[in-house]
Design a protein around this ligand. Structure first.
Ligand code: NAD
Length: 346
């Protein structure tokens, strides 16, 4: 294959144009890339204007938000563009794991969350026994122990904190304990939904959970939250009351913070809020991009795995009876393929 790279595409993640040229790629401007490429890989949805320039038979791969931008998906189907979107990947199928951008980026984000916690918290993370006295280790609580949460636990443990984790899926207990952390439970412990994800809790369950979590939160110094429920807004786990009861210097890092809300009351995407009681709430939905070089390296491997999957003998080959492709593909040959997307679009 011939590889075209948009000039400067890697600069912010420390990959130079020169390095791509040395690896055999050709540097072009964006317009040329869009016009000439058969397969176009991108990180996020580039927006209507760019998508409108695509032409029939082109394939695009990225985090394209198809279940939300359904109008764009219909237009792309009409343009006869094939759309492969990472959010649609069936993540539990083993052969799809090398393509799983949600996991690779969540793992980077969880790692960075623990580092930001240790960097922001004004005390040591590990226990320190020194001639000038002993310092107790920090206590870190991770709410939501999926991919990001487990990586945050592992990293906080390596930094010497005393770590506990909590999730509504009982299956995550073993994973949390295997990292040497304590698994906490509330009376809401049956929250597993379909496909290994959590289900949305009822209003009554949510209230119970929030009240019971308040006790754990008050005992911890750094609270990292990662809870998500596919297709719903992130659940509120830390209420205003819990924040008011938190010790001064407590740091909350909300990986779920977005325009839709977050896990922590009052968290704002990409902002740090400090309360009158000196509690910090960090809105951190963008943490993978704060480790840009490694995040890009892993993202690129995921893209490469997809390209290897859809190209055989130099030809694009969409086998839409394949269990991975019939989910991953949003549009192909003028049709909407992914069943969830089809359902959403009615
Ligand atoms: P996610 O980003 O959807 O959610 C993060 C975590 O928040 C999950 O563990 C979820 O259970 C938890 N959560 C949701 N609502 C909650 C609430 N009200 N209270 C507490 N916790 C709550 O999840 P993810 O990281 O994408 O992983 C989801 C599942 O998929 C996990 O079981 C993970 O191990 C599994 N997974 C499997 C594979 C694979 O088999 N290859 C790959 C990726 C993920």
């Amino acid at each position: 294959m011939e590889v075209l790279i948009e000039a400067g595409a890697g600069t912010d993640s420390y990959y130079s144009d020169e390095a791509y040229v040395n690896a055999g790629a050709k540097i072009v401007d964006r317009e040329t890339a869009i016009k000439q490429a058969n397969i176009i890989a991108m990180v996020q949805n580039p927006g209507e204007e760019t998508l409108a320039q695509l032409h029939a038979q082109q394939v695009i791969i990225g985090l394209l938000n198809p279940l939300v931008v359904t109008d764009e998906m219909s237009k792309l189907a009409q343009q006869n563009v094939s759309v492969l979107s990472f959010e649609l990947l069936p993540r539990t199928i083993s052969r799809a794991q090398t393509m799983d951008v949600l996991s690779s980026q969540a793992s980077v984000a969880g790692y960075k969350a623990a580092l930001i916690g240790s960097n922001t918290y004004p005390k040591y993370f590990p226990m320190m026994i020194t001639a000038a006295g002993t310092v107790k280790p920090a206590k870190v609580l991770v709410l939501g122990t999926g991919v990001a949460g487990l990586q945050a636990i592992g990293t906080a443990k390596r930094l010497g904190a005393v770590v506990s984790g909590y999730d509504v899926r009982p299956a995550s207990r073993g994973e949390v304990e295997s990292l040497g952390a304590t698994f906490l439970t509330t009376s809401v412990d049956n929250g597993a939904g379909a496909g290994g994800y959590a289900r949305e809790l009822t209003a009554e369950e949510q209230q119970k959970q929030q009240e019971e979590l308040a006790g754990f939160i008050a005992q911890n110094d750094v609270v990292i939250t990662t809870a998500q429920v596919p297709g719903h807004k992130p659940p509120l786990l830390v209420t205003k009351t819990s924040i008011q009861a938190a010790k001064p210097a407590t740091v909350f890092i909300d990986l779920a913070a977005s325009e839709l809300g977050g896990n922590v009351a009052g968290s704002k995407p990409f902002e740090t809020v400090t309360t009158d009681q000196q509690v910090m709430i960090i809105g951190a939905g963008d943490l993978a991009s704060r480790v840009p070089n490694s995040a890009s390296q892993l993202f690129a491997k995921n893209v490469q795995a997809i390209i290897n999957y859809i190209v055989s003998e130099d030809q694009l080959n969409f086998d839409l009876t394949d269990d991975v492709l019939k989910e991953l593909v949003a549009t192909h040959d003028g049709e909407i393929i992914n069943p969830r997307l089809r359902k959403t679009m009615g």
